[in-house]
Design a protein around this ligand. Sequence first.
Ligand code: SF4
Length: 356
Amino acid sequence: MIDGNGTEFVFELRVCQWAERAWPPDGDLEGPILVARQLGTNRRRWDTIVLECDPEGLRRRARFGLEALDSDLLDVIPHAPAEWTYYRETLPDPGYPWRYVREAIHEASDRGILETRKRGNRIEIRRKYAYPDWLRRIVAIENKPDLEASAARVLGAQLEYDVALGLADEVWVATERTGERVEPALLEDLPVEAGILAVDPVALEADVAWYPRSLAVDGPGTNIVERPTGGERRDASAARFEYVDPGEKARNRLEIAERAYERGFRSFLETMRPDCRHFELRSGGGGENGLVPYCQSKGECQTAAACSGSCPEFEPEPPAWRTKGWPLEGGPGKTCRRVLEARRRRHRPGLYFTGE
Ligand code: SF4
Protein backbone atom coordinates (compact mmCIF):
# COMPACT_ATOMS: atom_id res chain seq x y z
CA MET A 1 0.00 0.00 0.00
CA ILE A 2 1.25 3.49 -0.73
CA ASP A 3 1.66 5.18 2.66
CA GLY A 4 0.73 8.64 3.77
CA ASN A 5 -1.88 10.71 5.52
CA GLY A 6 -4.15 9.94 2.64
CA THR A 7 -4.12 6.20 3.39
CA GLU A 8 -7.85 6.04 4.08
CA PHE A 9 -8.60 8.07 0.99
CA VAL A 10 -6.31 5.90 -1.11
CA PHE A 11 -7.88 2.77 0.35
CA GLU A 12 -11.24 4.13 -0.75
CA LEU A 13 -9.95 4.66 -4.29
CA ARG A 14 -8.49 1.17 -4.30
CA VAL A 15 -11.82 -0.34 -3.22
CA CYS A 16 -13.50 1.56 -6.08
CA GLN A 17 -10.87 0.27 -8.51
CA TRP A 18 -11.27 -3.27 -7.24
CA ALA A 19 -15.09 -3.06 -7.47
CA GLU A 20 -14.93 -1.76 -11.02
CA ARG A 21 -12.90 -4.70 -12.10
CA ALA A 22 -14.12 -7.54 -9.91
CA TRP A 23 -17.65 -6.85 -8.63
CA PRO A 24 -19.40 -8.96 -7.33
CA PRO A 25 -16.92 -10.40 -4.81
CA ASP A 26 -18.26 -13.90 -5.25
CA GLY A 27 -20.05 -15.23 -8.30
CA ASP A 28 -21.05 -13.67 -11.59
CA LEU A 29 -23.13 -10.70 -12.48
CA GLU A 30 -25.10 -10.25 -15.65
CA GLY A 31 -25.02 -6.66 -16.73
CA PRO A 32 -22.78 -3.64 -16.33
CA ILE A 33 -21.88 -1.83 -13.13
CA LEU A 34 -20.97 1.76 -12.35
CA VAL A 35 -18.84 2.73 -9.37
CA ALA A 36 -18.93 6.09 -7.61
CA ARG A 37 -17.80 7.48 -4.27
CA GLN A 38 -18.98 9.86 -1.57
CA LEU A 39 -22.65 9.94 -2.46
CA GLY A 40 -25.88 9.52 -0.54
CA THR A 41 -28.55 11.66 1.06
CA ASN A 42 -28.46 14.69 3.36
CA ARG A 43 -28.32 12.39 6.35
CA ARG A 44 -25.98 9.71 5.12
CA ARG A 45 -23.08 9.62 2.70
CA TRP A 46 -21.56 6.33 1.57
CA ASP A 47 -17.88 5.92 0.73
CA THR A 48 -18.27 3.68 -2.30
CA ILE A 49 -21.36 2.92 -4.32
CA VAL A 50 -21.76 0.15 -6.86
CA LEU A 51 -24.73 0.43 -9.21
CA GLU A 52 -25.78 -2.81 -10.84
CA CYS A 53 -27.48 -1.80 -14.07
CA ASP A 54 -29.77 -3.19 -16.73
CA PRO A 55 -27.68 -3.28 -19.94
CA GLU A 56 -30.40 -2.09 -22.30
CA GLY A 57 -31.65 0.45 -19.76
CA LEU A 58 -28.15 1.87 -19.32
CA ARG A 59 -27.71 2.14 -23.07
CA ARG A 60 -30.96 4.08 -23.27
CA ARG A 61 -30.03 6.26 -20.32
CA ALA A 62 -27.06 7.47 -22.38
CA ARG A 63 -29.48 9.33 -24.67
CA PHE A 64 -29.98 11.85 -21.89
CA GLY A 65 -26.31 12.84 -21.87
CA LEU A 66 -23.44 12.57 -19.41
CA GLU A 67 -24.88 14.96 -16.89
CA ALA A 68 -27.10 13.79 -14.06
CA LEU A 69 -30.81 14.50 -14.07
CA ASP A 70 -31.24 16.40 -10.82
CA SER A 71 -34.33 16.19 -8.62
CA ASP A 72 -36.16 18.93 -10.59
CA LEU A 73 -35.52 17.18 -13.90
CA LEU A 74 -36.62 13.87 -12.39
CA ASP A 75 -40.00 15.52 -11.74
CA VAL A 76 -40.32 16.11 -15.48
CA ILE A 77 -38.38 13.70 -17.69
CA PRO A 78 -39.72 10.32 -16.50
CA HIS A 79 -43.30 11.67 -16.74
CA ALA A 80 -43.04 13.40 -20.13
CA PRO A 81 -45.81 12.16 -22.48
CA ALA A 82 -45.44 10.67 -25.95
CA GLU A 83 -47.91 13.23 -27.42
CA TRP A 84 -47.98 17.01 -27.06
CA THR A 85 -49.70 17.87 -23.77
CA TYR A 86 -50.03 20.93 -21.56
CA TYR A 87 -47.39 20.32 -18.91
CA ARG A 88 -49.71 20.79 -15.93
CA GLU A 89 -52.08 18.18 -17.27
CA THR A 90 -49.44 15.52 -17.61
CA LEU A 91 -46.89 16.03 -14.83
CA PRO A 92 -47.65 15.00 -11.25
CA ASP A 93 -48.19 17.86 -8.80
CA PRO A 94 -44.61 18.53 -7.62
CA GLY A 95 -45.61 19.81 -4.17
CA TYR A 96 -43.73 23.07 -4.83
CA PRO A 97 -44.53 26.06 -7.10
CA TRP A 98 -45.08 25.25 -10.78
CA ARG A 99 -42.67 27.99 -11.85
CA TYR A 100 -39.81 25.73 -10.77
CA VAL A 101 -41.24 23.00 -12.97
CA ARG A 102 -41.27 25.45 -15.91
CA GLU A 103 -37.60 26.21 -15.22
CA ALA A 104 -36.82 22.50 -15.30
CA ILE A 105 -38.75 22.17 -18.58
CA HIS A 106 -36.68 24.95 -20.14
CA GLU A 107 -33.47 23.39 -18.86
CA ALA A 108 -34.46 20.01 -20.31
CA SER A 109 -35.28 21.67 -23.61
CA ASP A 110 -31.89 23.46 -23.65
CA ARG A 111 -30.19 20.12 -22.98
CA GLY A 112 -32.06 18.61 -25.93
CA ILE A 113 -33.81 15.92 -23.89
CA LEU A 114 -37.38 17.26 -24.04
CA GLU A 115 -39.49 18.86 -26.78
CA THR A 116 -41.46 21.99 -25.96
CA ARG A 117 -43.81 24.31 -27.85
CA LYS A 118 -46.08 27.21 -27.00
CA ARG A 119 -49.85 27.11 -27.59
CA GLY A 120 -51.12 30.58 -26.71
CA ASN A 121 -49.52 31.15 -23.34
CA ARG A 122 -49.46 27.46 -22.50
CA ILE A 123 -46.29 25.39 -22.66
CA GLU A 124 -46.78 21.94 -24.11
CA ILE A 125 -44.23 19.18 -23.78
CA ARG A 126 -43.48 15.92 -25.52
CA ARG A 127 -40.82 13.43 -24.67
CA LYS A 128 -37.88 12.90 -26.94
CA TYR A 129 -36.99 9.54 -25.43
CA ALA A 130 -38.68 7.40 -22.83
CA TYR A 131 -36.70 7.50 -19.59
CA PRO A 132 -35.56 3.91 -19.02
CA ASP A 133 -35.59 1.71 -15.97
CA TRP A 134 -31.80 1.38 -15.87
CA LEU A 135 -30.98 0.82 -12.20
CA ARG A 136 -31.23 -2.68 -10.75
CA ARG A 137 -29.46 -2.52 -7.40
CA ILE A 138 -27.47 -0.12 -5.25
CA VAL A 139 -24.67 -1.54 -3.13
CA ALA A 140 -23.14 0.70 -0.47
CA ILE A 141 -19.63 0.05 0.87
CA GLU A 142 -18.08 1.75 3.88
CA ASN A 143 -14.29 1.74 3.82
CA LYS A 144 -12.40 1.31 7.06
CA PRO A 145 -8.90 -0.02 6.36
CA ASP A 146 -8.14 -0.23 10.06
CA LEU A 147 -11.32 -1.08 11.93
CA GLU A 148 -10.46 -0.58 15.60
CA ALA A 149 -13.13 -0.63 18.30
CA SER A 150 -14.03 3.07 18.48
CA ALA A 151 -14.35 3.34 14.68
CA ALA A 152 -16.47 0.17 14.71
CA ARG A 153 -18.87 1.72 17.26
CA VAL A 154 -19.48 4.77 15.07
CA LEU A 155 -19.71 2.65 11.96
CA GLY A 156 -22.09 0.20 13.68
CA ALA A 157 -24.59 3.02 14.37
CA GLN A 158 -24.35 4.21 10.76
CA LEU A 159 -24.93 0.73 9.43
CA GLU A 160 -27.93 0.26 11.72
CA TYR A 161 -29.35 3.41 10.18
CA ASP A 162 -28.79 1.97 6.68
CA VAL A 163 -30.38 -1.35 7.59
CA ALA A 164 -33.46 0.28 9.13
CA LEU A 165 -33.98 2.60 6.17
CA GLY A 166 -33.27 0.06 3.43
CA LEU A 167 -32.24 2.57 0.81
CA ALA A 168 -29.40 0.44 -0.55
CA ASP A 169 -29.98 -3.18 -1.51
CA GLU A 170 -26.88 -4.24 0.40
CA VAL A 171 -24.41 -2.62 2.74
CA TRP A 172 -20.82 -3.76 3.24
CA VAL A 173 -17.78 -2.80 5.26
CA ALA A 174 -14.48 -3.02 3.41
CA THR A 175 -11.48 -3.43 5.67
CA GLU A 176 -7.83 -4.18 4.93
CA ARG A 177 -7.09 -7.89 4.84
CA THR A 178 -5.00 -8.90 7.84
CA GLY A 179 -4.34 -12.53 6.94
CA GLU A 180 -5.40 -13.62 10.43
CA ARG A 181 -7.51 -16.76 10.78
CA VAL A 182 -10.51 -14.66 11.83
CA GLU A 183 -10.64 -11.15 10.37
CA PRO A 184 -10.79 -8.72 13.35
CA ALA A 185 -13.78 -6.93 11.80
CA LEU A 186 -15.83 -10.06 12.46
CA LEU A 187 -15.30 -9.60 16.18
CA GLU A 188 -16.68 -6.08 16.19
CA ASP A 189 -20.27 -5.27 17.03
CA LEU A 190 -21.59 -4.59 13.53
CA PRO A 191 -25.15 -5.37 12.37
CA VAL A 192 -25.39 -8.92 11.03
CA GLU A 193 -27.12 -7.59 7.89
CA ALA A 194 -23.91 -5.85 6.80
CA GLY A 195 -21.38 -7.81 4.77
CA ILE A 196 -17.64 -7.67 5.46
CA LEU A 197 -15.00 -7.59 2.74
CA ALA A 198 -11.34 -8.22 3.50
CA VAL A 199 -9.46 -6.25 0.85
CA ASP A 200 -5.84 -6.43 -0.26
CA PRO A 201 -5.46 -2.90 -1.64
CA VAL A 202 -2.16 -3.60 -3.42
CA ALA A 203 -3.11 -6.78 -5.23
CA LEU A 204 -6.66 -5.45 -5.71
CA GLU A 205 -8.22 -8.62 -4.35
CA ALA A 206 -11.01 -9.11 -1.84
CA ASP A 207 -12.48 -12.01 0.12
CA VAL A 208 -15.91 -12.16 1.66
CA ALA A 209 -15.54 -12.53 5.44
CA TRP A 210 -19.29 -12.21 6.04
CA TYR A 211 -22.17 -12.17 3.57
CA PRO A 212 -24.74 -9.35 3.75
CA ARG A 213 -28.50 -9.75 3.78
CA SER A 214 -30.57 -8.14 1.07
CA LEU A 215 -32.46 -5.15 2.44
CA ALA A 216 -36.11 -4.43 1.70
CA VAL A 217 -35.72 -1.51 -0.69
CA ASP A 218 -39.27 -1.83 -2.06
CA GLY A 219 -40.94 -1.70 1.35
CA PRO A 220 -41.34 1.19 3.80
CA GLY A 221 -38.21 2.26 5.65
CA THR A 222 -37.53 3.45 9.16
CA ASN A 223 -35.56 6.61 9.61
CA ILE A 224 -33.75 6.63 12.97
CA VAL A 225 -33.93 10.30 13.88
CA GLU A 226 -32.57 10.11 17.40
CA ARG A 227 -31.35 7.37 19.65
CA PRO A 228 -30.30 7.20 23.29
CA THR A 229 -26.55 7.31 23.67
CA GLY A 230 -26.46 4.86 26.59
CA GLY A 231 -22.88 4.83 27.86
CA GLU A 232 -21.69 5.99 31.28
CA ARG A 233 -24.45 8.56 31.68
CA ARG A 234 -27.01 5.82 31.15
CA ASP A 235 -29.04 7.85 28.69
CA ALA A 236 -32.35 5.99 28.64
CA SER A 237 -34.33 8.53 26.62
CA ALA A 238 -36.68 7.20 23.95
CA ALA A 239 -35.41 6.74 20.40
CA ARG A 240 -37.29 8.66 17.68
CA PHE A 241 -38.20 7.17 14.34
CA GLU A 242 -39.87 8.33 11.15
CA TYR A 243 -41.67 6.28 8.58
CA VAL A 244 -40.33 6.61 5.02
CA ASP A 245 -42.64 5.52 2.27
CA PRO A 246 -41.41 3.30 -0.58
CA GLY A 247 -42.08 6.01 -3.20
CA GLU A 248 -39.74 8.45 -1.44
CA LYS A 249 -37.09 5.77 -1.19
CA ALA A 250 -37.37 4.93 -4.89
CA ARG A 251 -37.00 8.60 -5.69
CA ASN A 252 -33.93 8.98 -3.44
CA ARG A 253 -32.36 5.92 -5.01
CA LEU A 254 -32.78 7.33 -8.49
CA GLU A 255 -31.31 10.70 -7.47
CA ILE A 256 -28.27 8.94 -6.03
CA ALA A 257 -27.94 6.76 -9.12
CA GLU A 258 -28.13 9.76 -11.44
CA ARG A 259 -25.36 11.55 -9.53
CA ALA A 260 -23.27 8.39 -9.54
CA TYR A 261 -23.79 8.09 -13.29
CA GLU A 262 -22.36 11.55 -13.84
CA ARG A 263 -19.52 11.48 -11.36
CA GLY A 264 -18.10 8.00 -11.20
CA PHE A 265 -15.21 7.75 -8.75
CA ARG A 266 -12.46 9.37 -10.77
CA SER A 267 -13.93 12.82 -10.22
CA PHE A 268 -11.67 13.20 -7.14
CA LEU A 269 -9.41 15.35 -9.31
CA GLU A 270 -12.10 18.02 -9.31
CA THR A 271 -11.49 18.68 -5.62
CA MET A 272 -7.67 18.33 -5.77
CA ARG A 273 -4.89 20.37 -7.36
CA PRO A 274 -3.55 18.47 -10.36
CA ASP A 275 -2.32 21.86 -11.62
CA CYS A 276 0.26 21.87 -8.80
CA ARG A 277 3.79 21.01 -9.91
CA HIS A 278 4.07 18.43 -7.11
CA PHE A 279 0.95 16.50 -8.12
CA GLU A 280 1.31 13.08 -9.68
CA LEU A 281 -0.81 10.07 -10.46
CA ARG A 282 1.03 6.91 -9.48
CA SER A 283 0.20 3.29 -9.84
CA GLY A 284 -1.10 1.78 -6.64
CA GLY A 285 -0.68 -1.68 -8.19
CA GLY A 286 -3.19 -3.97 -9.82
CA GLY A 287 -2.84 -2.89 -13.43
CA GLU A 288 -3.48 0.12 -15.56
CA ASN A 289 -6.65 1.28 -13.80
CA GLY A 290 -5.02 1.55 -10.40
CA LEU A 291 -3.86 5.17 -10.37
CA VAL A 292 -3.78 7.07 -7.09
CA PRO A 293 -2.76 10.68 -6.36
CA TYR A 294 0.73 11.31 -4.99
CA CYS A 295 2.39 14.50 -3.75
CA GLN A 296 6.10 14.78 -4.56
CA SER A 297 6.56 17.57 -2.07
CA LYS A 298 5.13 15.60 0.87
CA GLY A 299 6.56 12.34 -0.45
CA GLU A 300 3.29 10.49 0.16
CA CYS A 301 -0.27 10.07 -0.98
CA GLN A 302 -2.07 13.21 0.04
CA THR A 303 -5.64 13.53 1.26
CA ALA A 304 -8.18 15.36 -0.88
CA ALA A 305 -8.59 17.84 2.00
CA ALA A 306 -4.84 18.61 2.11
CA CYS A 307 -4.52 18.95 -1.66
CA SER A 308 -6.59 22.09 -1.93
CA GLY A 309 -6.26 25.81 -2.55
CA SER A 310 -5.06 26.34 1.03
CA CYS A 311 -2.13 23.92 0.80
CA PRO A 312 0.97 25.91 1.87
CA GLU A 313 3.21 23.89 -0.47
CA PHE A 314 1.12 24.48 -3.57
CA GLU A 315 3.15 25.68 -6.54
CA PRO A 316 1.54 26.19 -9.92
CA GLU A 317 2.83 24.25 -12.90
CA PRO A 318 5.44 26.31 -14.74
CA PRO A 319 3.84 27.81 -17.87
CA ALA A 320 6.39 25.99 -20.06
CA TRP A 321 4.89 22.65 -18.99
CA ARG A 322 1.61 23.70 -20.49
CA THR A 323 3.03 24.49 -23.88
CA LYS A 324 5.92 22.84 -25.65
CA GLY A 325 8.34 22.43 -22.83
CA TRP A 326 6.73 19.43 -21.22
CA PRO A 327 6.64 16.00 -22.84
CA LEU A 328 2.85 15.72 -22.69
CA GLU A 329 0.58 18.17 -24.40
CA GLY A 330 -1.06 20.65 -22.02
CA GLY A 331 1.16 19.93 -19.00
CA PRO A 332 0.77 17.26 -16.34
CA GLY A 333 -2.34 18.76 -14.72
CA LYS A 334 -4.32 18.59 -17.94
CA THR A 335 -2.86 15.20 -18.76
CA CYS A 336 -3.98 13.76 -15.41
CA ARG A 337 -7.50 14.97 -16.09
CA ARG A 338 -7.44 13.57 -19.61
CA VAL A 339 -6.21 10.17 -18.49
CA LEU A 340 -8.86 9.84 -15.79
CA GLU A 341 -11.62 11.15 -18.02
CA ALA A 342 -10.71 8.63 -20.73
CA ARG A 343 -10.88 5.83 -18.15
CA ARG A 344 -14.15 7.09 -16.76
CA ARG A 345 -15.69 7.03 -20.23
CA ARG A 346 -14.36 3.60 -20.95
CA HIS A 347 -16.10 2.30 -17.85
CA ARG A 348 -19.50 3.76 -18.59
CA PRO A 349 -21.01 1.26 -21.03
CA GLY A 350 -23.55 2.58 -23.46
CA LEU A 351 -22.26 6.08 -23.02
CA TYR A 352 -22.00 6.92 -26.64
CA PHE A 353 -25.51 6.11 -27.66
CA THR A 354 -26.48 8.59 -30.35
CA GLY A 355 -29.61 7.29 -32.06
CA GLU A 356 -32.95 5.67 -31.50
S1 SF4 B 1 1.94 20.41 -2.61
FE1 SF4 B 1 -0.16 20.55 -1.82
S2 SF4 B 1 -1.39 21.19 -3.60
FE2 SF4 B 1 0.58 20.42 -4.38
S3 SF4 B 1 0.21 18.25 -4.85
FE3 SF4 B 1 1.05 18.37 -2.75
S4 SF4 B 1 -0.77 18.43 -1.45
FE4 SF4 B 1 -1.45 18.96 -3.51
